[in-house]
Design a binder for this molecule. Structure first.
Ligand SMILES: Nc1ncnc2c1ncn2[C@@H]1O[C@H](COP(=O)(O)OP(=O)(O)OP(=O)(O)O)[C@@H](O)[C@H]1O
Ligand SMILES: [Mg+2]
Length: 323
């Protein structure tokens, strides 16, 4: 049996628009999504802002009712058997609140354990174990207000593990964490994986998905546009080279002109401090540089680098290069 099974899932929001919010516009957040996750698998959902990742996760976590299709967690339907599903899942959403800052980490866990009706004898053993699992063993007695953002996020994980869920939904769990905090958090995710938890992770960070996930579904505009292992997704761009131009102010006309070239596969622009990085994917590799330079005539170009494609480039190519 699959841990998570999703078939033609769909969700439409009724958004109120206009000054008096009188007219209603339908927003198709998730158009048609199907996938399944094996028990113990770490499955990634990757996609640009507004792709429908959070909406999908919320439907699986029984927080939103699907408009169509169906989803099952360990064989239980997220609508019909919502109670059964809730007993088996845990979730955290990025930037989540909901901890008591004036209480210590341990007291927060005690509080939530009572709220979730976890057996007090079990709780006694469980809390030290969970604090160790999330790397807060030595900090459990301190008040949460003194925790860093990363520590709070890890306490959230301990909180959601109190009732021993087997399937976890982590929606952008490393958002807003500094590189060290994010690295510590990834270690927690690995610990969870060693505990044989099934994990559905959404992230914007390709290297994170690459480092952690066994399979990745790339979603865009409410649909899955690719679903494979990180290696296979990288193979999808294996024959391409990426040419990076450091530019200082590039117009959309120029970008458009580059996109129209037959030897150009995709173009993306990333904003950096006081400059931009123009990423051009091409099958021609370094040989494309002179032609691209002449197309960039009039644009102030700094450093030019030709490199091998990464998972991130595969993603850029999949979602259409610079949406
Ligand atoms: N409550 C809501 N009412 C109306 N539209 C919504 C609502 N929540 C989300 N949407 C819309 O649904 C679409 C999908 O949103 P969703 O939050 O699922 O995307 P996401 O992939 O999680 O994006 P992000 O990477 O920014 O978190 C977007 O177009 C969004 O504007
Ligand atoms: Mg989201």
């Amino acid at each position: 049996m699959h841990a998570v099974e999703v078939g033609n899932l769909r969700r439409v929001y009724q958004a109120r628009i206009g000054v008096f919010r009188r007219s209603i516009k339908e927003v198709v957040a998730v158009e048609d999504i199907s996938f399944s996750v094996m028990p113990g698998e770490l499955f990634g959902l990757l996609g640009p802002n507004g792709a429908g990742k959070t909406t999908t996760v919320k439907m699986l976590a029984t927080l939103l009712i699907p408009s169509g299709g169906r989803a099952c967690i360990q064989g239980y339907d997220v609508v019909r058997d919502a109670d059964q599903v809730r007993r088996r899942i845990g979730f955290i959403f990025g930037g989540e609140r909901g901890l008591y800052w004036r209480l210590s980490g341990i007291d927060n866990l005690r509080y939530f354990a009572t709220l979730y009706h976890v057996d007090p004898d079990v709780v006694k053993k469980r809390i030290p174990y969970l604090l160790e699992l999330v790397g807060l063993k030595d900090r459990g007695n301190e008040r949460v207000e003194g925790y860093s953002r990363g520590m709070k996020q890890r306490l959230h994980v301990a909180r959601t593990l109190l009732h021993e869920p087997e399937v976890l939904f982590l929606d952008e769990p490393t958002i807003g964490l500094d590189p060290v905090g994010a690295r510590d958090f990834r270690q927690v995710i690995r610990n969870l994986q060693n505990e044989n938890k099934t994990i559905l992770l959404t992230t914007h960070y390709m290297f994170e998905a690459d480092a952690l996930c066994q399979r990745i579904a790339v979603i865009n505009q409410g649909k899955i546009i690719a679903l494979d292992t990180p290696e296979a997704l990288k193979r999808f761009v294996r024959d391409l080279s990426v040419i990076e131009f450091e530019v200082f102010g590039v117009s959309s006309d120029v970008v458009q002109r580059l996109r129209e070239q037959p030897f150009v596969d995709s173009v993306a622009v990333e904003d950096r401090e006081q400059k931009q990085l123009l990423l051009v994917q091409s099958l021609r590799g370094p040989e494309a540089v002179p032609d691209l330079m002449s197309l960039l005539n009039g644009v102030h170009v700094g450093r030019v680098v030709v490199r091998e494609p990464t998972l991130e480039d595969a993603y850029v190519r999949l979602v259409g290069g610079g949406a």
